[in-house]
Design a protein around this ligand. Structure first.
Ligand code: 13P
Length: 284
């Protein structure tokens, strides 16, 4: 199927109380793992690219392999640019065929975040590209965005309402206590805040920092209104561990395609588990 934006898939997820998984890919093998996992589960899926990954490969290579895999797939697939502060890169992705983008101006003062996020909506909406925007500061490292514990802060509910009314994002990412990267200790999720924001803003909510959350945390966040769940670090671990573990167990073999197969299997297994947990299996 041709790539689509996030509107229909997130709208259905929000209405029915499940979430669509958004997985940060790293290369062709990981993209294939995400798409074949979604097919196996018959689920809609979001292929996410971190800005650094886009810069590493270039937009032409990524759009070529994503379109080729999506065209021969039977499930709805969106291609989304994750956390991006650079308006030029956002524009390049829009022009190259991404169907969705995230503007992350959350480190800026509220008015500036609002204005930059509006600017991206103006750029994207006429081209039928969906926009995710963030409010508050999500702790941890995602791409080249580093938020220290002392700088992290939750989204303010009043500001969240104003932000969504003025920006009209297609998907909203408020900081609610989750973190990018590996959790050190138990995350303190502000469920009340999530519930309040989800009830009062129009767009579906994105849950960031998915790697390492317990099953019941995912389920609760989804039941409170998260319709998109972001998973990145898990794929980085499966990508490297899948490769290294195979080689360590077969260290005289030197057959790169077998190593890539093992990497693919490690990635796909985890993604299928996520999709089942998020409730989007069978919803393609
Ligand atoms: P994790 O790296 O914790 O899975 O977070 C992913 C994310 O939120 C990407 O935006």
């Amino acid at each position: 199927m041709p790539l689509e934006n996030m509107n229909v898939m997130l709208g259905k997820a929000k209405d029915a109380g499940y979430a669509v998984g958004a997985f940060n890919i790293l290369d062709y093998n990981s993209t294939k793992a995400v798409i074949l996992a979604a097919e196996e589960a018959n689920a809609p899926v979001i292929i996410q690219t971190s800005a650094k990954t886009v810069i590493f490969w270039g937009t032409t290579a990524i759009i070529t392999w994503v379109k080729q895999l999506a065209d021969s797939s039977s499930v709805p697939i969106a291609l989304h640019l994750d956390h991006c502060k650079d308006l030029d890169l956002i524009e390049e992705c829009i022009d190259s065929g991404w169907t969705s983008v995230m503007i992350d101006a959350s480190s800026k003062p509220f008015e500036e975040n609002l204005s930059l996020s509006r600017q991206v909506v103006k750029m994207a909406r006429p081209k039928n590209i969906t926009v995710e925007a963030e409010l508050g500061a999500i702790v941890g490292v995602e791409d080249d965005i580093h938020v220290k514990h002392q700088d992290a802060h939750l989204a303010d509910s009043e500001q969240a309402i104003e932000f969504c009314e003025k920006v009209e994002p297609d998907c909203f990412a408020p900081a609610i206590g989750t973190a990018h990267g590996v959790y050190k200790g138990e995350p303190k999720i502000a469920y009340d805040l999530l519930e309040q924001i989800a009830a009062e803003v129009a767009p579906p909510i994105a849950l960031h920092g998915g790697t390492g959350l317990a099953d019941d945390v995912f389920k609760k966040c989804i039941s409170l209104g998260c319709a998109k769940v972001n998973i990145s670090t898990q794929l980085k671990y499966a990508f490297i561990d899948g490769f290294v573990n195979y080689h360590n167990a077969n260290n005289t073999e030197y057959n790169p395609l077998k190593v890539l197969d093992a990497q693919f299997d490690a990635l796909k297994t985890g993604i299928v588990e996520n999709i089942n947990l998020f409730g989007s299996a069978g919803k393609a």
